[in-house]
Design a protein. Structure first.
Length: 301
């Protein structure tokens, strides 16, 4: 890795740390949205750096669909214990049980969209005024429209045409009671930047990101992991493949790619040759051309 690129990573790190400190200065009760994925792990690491030697002054908040990868939940719990931070969990299953949302039916049913209600309910009940996320502009066209400070109205909705200007790194966090902000400190990072930084900082990740053998089913152009939550029919063929995951969501919608990359160094080389965005294997994004933007307008991450 060149000296120039190391300096570029330093600039990205400094920008993200500056934004995290701005959040601490402007909001009363911020949280880090934590999924156990690489981007939320990266944001948590940056928060640790931003406030060292003090503990991270934000709680971690996880919207638990009940259809998670077990490895991601195990990693989450170990990290929370290691950092000594508060963990807030919003349960989609509880939202279903109380009638707040209705579970989808059918072979391709997911709980992905159901997270919106659980997320907004948890933000309201915990009086959260800022939720820090790991979204990046290079992931998806709807996320490319995001500002660093993304205003959400009293219903938790996002209007891309009604956002605050961000000139000369001046961020406006003013909001009325009931409104909140989503803040994205690593907006300007690319997938390649993330992997090079993870490698440089020697940050631990769930084993899911590294090539391993797993039972999978070919569906919607991706290798979907076989699990107790996956609805199979006579056309589905369970195979064992050596795969890894570029992004983590529900186990029912997160597609893996065939790979031999079992180290961060090998992953970085593999990512450099990729021509498809990392969310290209997410079934939830394949439902329509505007699937992500539609969910974001309703209050999604």
């Amino acid at each position: 890795m060149s000296k120039y690129y190391l300096n570029y990573l330093d600039e990205l790190e400094s920008e993200a740390i500056f934004i995290l400190r701005e959040v601490f200065a402007k909001f009363q009760n911020p949280v880090i949205l934590f999924s156990g994925g690489k981007d939320s792990i990266l944001v948590t690491h940056l928060a640790k750096k931003a406030f060292y030697p003090s503990k991270i002054p934000f709680a971690l908040m996880h919207v638990d669909t009940g259809h998670n990868f077990p490895e991601a939940i195990e990693f989450r719990d170990q990290l929370v214990e290691k950092l000594g931070v508060q963990l807030i969990v919003g349960s989609v299953q509880e939202s279903i049980d109380t009638g707040r949302v209705a579970e989808e039916k059918g072979k391709n049913a997911t709980r992905n969209a159901l997270q919106i209600t659980t997320l907004l309910d948890t933000i309201e009940s915990e009086r959260i005024d800022c939720a820090i996320g790991g979204a990046r502009r290079d992931e998806e066209k709807a996320r490319a429209k995001e500002r660093f400070f993304s205003h959400r109205d009293e219903f938790g909705q996002w209007d891309p045409k009604n956002q605050r200007p961000e000139l000369w790194n001046m961020f406006n966090g003013k909001h009325y009671e009931g409104e909140h902000f989503r803040v994205f400190p690593i907006s300007n990072w690319t997938e390649m930047d993330v992997w090079n930084y993870l490698q440089r900082e020697k940050i631990e990740l769930p084993s899911l990101y590294f090539a391993h053998e797993r039972e999978v089913v070919w569906r919607n152009g991706s290798w979907i992991p076989n699990s107790e939550f996956l609805k199979l029919d006579e056309k589905d063929k369970i195979e064992t493949k050596k795969i890894r995951f570029r992004t983590l969501g529900d186990i029912t919608i997160t597609g893996g790619i065939e790979s031999e990359a079992d180290t961060i160094e090998k992953i970085a080389i593999e990512v450099a040759a990729m021509r498809q965005t990392e969310r290209g294997n997410r079934a939830d994004d394949k439902r329509s051309e505007s699937a992500m933007e539609d969910r974001k307008r309703e209050g999604y991450f």
